[in-house]
Design a protein around this ligand. Structure first.
Ligand code: NAD
Length: 248
């Protein structure tokens, strides 16, 4: 299936590895021109070199809305406009409601996992609306659907972002801009490996029987960005091998 992405210009945040990189790689494989960011020059340069096809590496820290907006602006300048935005960032610290009592921790998590994505949307939306074509895909988490007890910061910030995205999706639907989020379950990224999770044991708990490959996630992101998905907007979609057990 031709996804119709050849020549589209994509900005993918936090993408030197993991799920962000997988989205960038899937888009580049479909012929999109990609600008990507990470905080460290060496990491983002190496990722861009792996992507090939003129991928543009940008050093940016998306833990604040200012840093995130700066990335989106630099991507627009480098590509001559942004047709596709994939928002992403690292995750906030773990902790339960009882453990995380400092409200500043919530504010930091909100900046990292909600405001930064909103700031990137604000930069790219005017161009997308003017051209009547745009795709926004936010990487959130399955914890939006099933809050994890020890991830209260992530649960709270990402649910807030999901509310914004749903509101935005309906506001810009008539302009040819779709807005969706993807909720990763368990994917074998460096972050996961760093947590010491055994893929075989974890996979046995997943209905599909295995931990997702980041490429499984990137493929769904690329489809959401395609012409074929033009009627799909306002969706928060789990990519989790069947982990989420509810109907919605
Ligand atoms: P990862 O650690 O493998 O990769 C994170 C990427 O983001 C790296 O390229 C890193 O350089 C970049 N990055 C981190 N903080 C940044 C910042 N402040 N500014 C710019 N770049 C930054 O992580 P991942 O597993 O790919 O996860 C991506 C997102 O998805 C995270 O928010 C994570 O919490 C969430 N998530 C992941 C999973 C999973 O199974 N991997 C599950 C649920 C949610």
């Amino acid at each position: 299936m031709d996804l119709g992405l050849r020549g589209r210009r994509a900005a993918v945040a936090a993408a030197s590895r993991g799920l962000g990189y997988a989205c960038a790689a899937a888009l580049a494989a479909e012929g999109a021109r990609v600008a990507l960011c990470a905080r460290d020059r060496a990491g983002v340069d190496a990722a861009a070199a792996r992507l090939g096809d003129g991928a543009v590496p940008i050093v940016a820290d998306v833990s604040t809305p200012e840093g995130a907006a700066a990335f989106a602006e630099a991507a627009e300048a480098a590509l001559g406009g942004v047709d596709i935005l994939v928002t992403n960032a690292g995750g906030p610290p773990r902790g339960t409601v009882g453990e995380i009592t400092d409200l500043h921790a919530y504010a930091d998590a909100f900046a990292l996992n909600a405001l930064s994505a909103i700031a990137m949307c604000q930069v790219v939306l005017p161009g997308m609306r003017a051209r009547t074509w745009g795709r926004i895909v936010a990487i959130t988490s399955i914890t939006v659907r099933q809050p994890a007890p020890d991830l209260v910061l992530s649960n709270t910030a990402r649910a807030g972002l999901t509310g914004y995205l749903k509101t935005l999706a309906r506001e810009v639907a008539a302009d040819g801009v779709t807005v969706n989020s993807l909720q990763p379950g368990l994917h074998l990224t460096e972050r996961l490996a760093g947590l010491g999770i055994d893929p075989a044991a974890a996979g046995a708990q997943i209905p599909a029987g295995f931990v997702g490959d980041p490429a499984d996630f990137g493929a769904v992101a690329a489809f959401l960005c395609s012409d074929a998905a033009r009627y799909l907007t306002g969706v928060a979609l789990p990519v989790d091998g069947g982990v989420a057990a509810g109907l919605q």
